[in-house]
Each structure stands twice: as C-alpha cells, then as structure tokens.
Design a binder for this molecule. Structure first.
Ligand code: C5P
Length: 240
C-alpha cells in the first residue's frame, strides 16, 4: 500500500507552481493529502487551491492565522468557502480567537477541519524560552491543546515529541496532525522530530512530510519508505 490510502500529507513546499505540478506528475498518484503553505498560496491564490482540489486531492491550507478574533473570523468566512480539507490557526491567538473561528465554520455549515497549531516543531527549549520567558513549553502545550478542545476545534498540530503530553492532557479526542517527521534527525531547522513509525505509534492521526520527500533523490521511493513505516505503526496500534 502506498500513501494514497494512508494518513500521509505531503507538504508541497516547492519554489513555484510548475515545480509543484511536476512533483505531482511524478508522485501524485500515490498521495491523497497535500499541504499548501504561504508561498504557493501567494503565487496561485484560490484558483490554485481550486484546481488542486479538482485534480482529486484533499487540500490542507496551512496559513497559521493569528490575529484578533473578528479578523480571523471574517478571513475564515472566505477560506472555508474553498472546499479545503483543513486550515490552521495559531493557538497563540487565544481561545476567543479559536471560538470565533468555530463560529465562522458553524455559520457556513463548512466541513473543513479547523486545526490549532500548538508549538512550532522548529522550537527547542532555548528558542522557546527566548520568546516566552518563564513559560515552560510543556505548560504552553497543555494550555494550548486545552484551548483547542474548549473552543471546539477539530484538531491540533503538534510535534511528534509532544504527542505523549497532548494525549495525557487534552488531545485524545482531537485529530492530531503531526509535522516534524524525519527519517534522519538533525539535518535542518526542525528540532523536535521523530520518525514516521514512532509518530504513528505515539498517536499521530496524520503525519505531514515535506523535505524528506521533496529533497529525496527518488521521491517515489521516499513515499514508499514512509508509507511502509506508517503501515507498520498502524498495525502496531491496532494490536494494542
Ligand atoms: O519539510 P518539512 O517536513 O520540515 O515540512 C514540514 C511542514 O510542516 C512545513 O510546511 C511547515 O511549515 C509545517 N509545519 C511545521 N511545524 C508546525 C506546523 C507546520 O513544520 N508546528
């Protein structure tokens, strides 16, 4: 089995849309979920989102919205109209901002999953402390995942390393979408990483993978290796 039937989301972090299209020509047949971020959205806007959905993909629009509640709400009234699978908000915006987002979803009767980003996977304890002095990362994770739950969000985004804390304190019922996946750790800006199999075993419902696929010499082989690990992790979980 390859990625199409598995909870694998490709982070389509390419330089431009034509590069994204040629990657999809190469490996798109084995994928169902694509994460589109600021760069391709800035280039292609909603037309690009719609054409990607029309090709049969589920689109996860990762804009990490973070603003005053009303501004997030009125922005969502536009984004939720696109028919995307999921969109992210940054939980640093606070519970009221998350609640306003849920109001927008209810108002539109939208099926899009609204996900709260907890703590970026690129933070380590030191970089976290530098911008959140005196607030432990674990405390922030717990408070932010509780805010997602209390506001009625569909899920959250967290590092694979954070999954045990999330599972213990607030995240069991929430969908957990997990970036920071590495086959080999320590090569780039991502700090709190784990392998696909361990992320699934720890409770990830979906994993998000960008560079380990996009920078691989054989992208199809990278998708297969990751898919094999996801399957192994799911088999392990189903045996529990
Ligand atoms: O290339 P890589 O696998 O690191 O890509 C991870 C993707 O997930 C990037 O697009 C990044 O913006 C996104 N992401 C993340 N950490 C979060 C939320 C989103 O790495 N907490």
């Amino acid at each position: 089995m390859v990625g199409k039937d598995l909870p694998l989301i490709l982070a389509l972090d390419t330089s431009n849309i034509s590069e994204a299209e040629s990657i999809l020509d190469e490996i798109g047949g084995s994928l169902k979920f694509l994460k589109i971020g600021h760069r391709l959205f800035a280039q292609g806007g909603s037309a690009f989102i719609t054409s990607t959905i029309n090709k049969g993909f589920e689109v996860f629009l990762d804009l990490k919205l973070h603003d005053i509640p009303n501004t997030v709400k009125i922005a969502l009234e536009e984004y939720l109209d696109l028919g995307i699978w999921a969109i992210t908000l940054h939980t640093a915006g606070g519970q009221q901002m998350l609640e306003y987002a849920v109001d927008a979803k209810k108002k539109l009767g939208s099926c899009t999953n609204i996900l709260g980003v907890t703590v970026l996977t690129s933070h380590d304890e030191q970089s976290w402390e530098a911008v959140n002095p005196g607030c432990g990362m674990k405390d922030a994770l717990i408070a932010r995942s509780k805010a997602c739950k209390n506001a009625g969000l569909d899920g959250l985004v967290c590092s694979p390393i954070d999954l045990p804390v999330i599972m213990d304190f607030a995240g069991v019922e929430l969908m957990k979408v997990v970036p920071g996946i590495r086959l080999n750790a320590g090569m780039d800006d991502q700090k709190r990483t784990n392998s696909p199999i361990d992320a699934i075993k720890r409770g990830a419902d979906y994993i998000v993978v960008g560079r380990p696929i996009l920078s691989a010499p054989d992208k199809g082989e990278a998708v297969k290796m990751i898919s094999d690990q996801i399957q192994e992790g799911l088999l392990w979980k189903n045996r529990l």
